[in-house]
Design a binder for this molecule. Sequence first.
Ligand SMILES: CC(C)(COP(=O)(O)OP(=O)(O)OC[C@H]1O[C@@H](n2cnc3c(N)ncnc32)[C@H](O)[C@@H]1OP(=O)(O)O)[C@@H](O)C(=O)NCCC(=O)NCCS
Length: 167
Amino acid sequence: MLDDGFGDVLIRPFTACDMTRVLELVAQIRSQDDLMQSAHAQFSAELGRPHEGQVRLVATFKGTVVGTMGAGPGPWPSSQTLWADWLVVDADYRQRGIATLLYAQIEAHALRQGKAYLCLDIGNIDRERAAYLFHQRNGFQVVGQIPDYWGTSEHLHIMAKYLRAGA
Ligand SMILES: CC(C)(COP(=O)(O)OP(=O)(O)OC[C@H]1O[C@@H](n2cnc3c(N)ncnc32)[C@H](O)[C@@H]1OP(=O)(O)O)[C@@H](O)C(=O)NCCC(=O)NCCS
C-alpha cells in the first residue's frame, strides 16, 4: 500500500541513463562480493543484446529512481520459468509498496511470456529477513537450499511462485 504522496511512483523500463543510480541501489544489498561489478556487467550485456524474455524495470518517484528489479531466462532457461533478479528498493522508500508494484509488472510480463513459475535466489534468509518475508507474503516458497554456496554463511536459497493458481 502506498503512503500519502507515493501515488506518484511510476514503473518504466530500465535504460542506459539509469545505470549509475541503479548501481547505487545495488550497493545497498549487503554482500561479501562486488555486486556492483557483476550487476554492471549483466545490465550492460542486456542493453547491448536484449533477449526476448528479459525485462528490467525501475520505479521512479518524482523523477528519481527509487527501486529496480528484473527477470529473465536465468541460470537454467526453461519454457516454464523466468528468474527474478536484482530487486532493491532505496532504504528511504521501503515498506511503501514499491517492490509490490515492481513485482506486479514482472508477474504480468512472465504471464504474457506464457511462463508458469517465477524463481529467484534469495540468498541468506536468516540475514535478509525483509526480502524473505516480502517474498513469502507474495506467494513464494523456499524450494531449494545449498548452505555456504556463495561463501561462508552465504547460502543459496531458491524461492519459487506458481503463477497460474486460480487462473
Ligand atoms: C525486500 C525489499 C525489496 C522490499 O521492498 P519494499 O518496497 O519495502 O516492499 P513492499 O513495501 O512492497 O512490502 C510488501 C510486503 O512485504 C513485507 N515486507 C516488506 N519489508 C518488510 C520488512 N522489513 N519486514 C517485514 N515484512 C516486510 C510486508 O508484508 C509488506 O507489506 P506491509 O507493508 O503491508 O506489511 C526491500 O526491503 C529491499 O530492497 N531490501 C534490500 C535488498 C534486498 O534484500 N533485495 C532482495 C534480494 S532477493
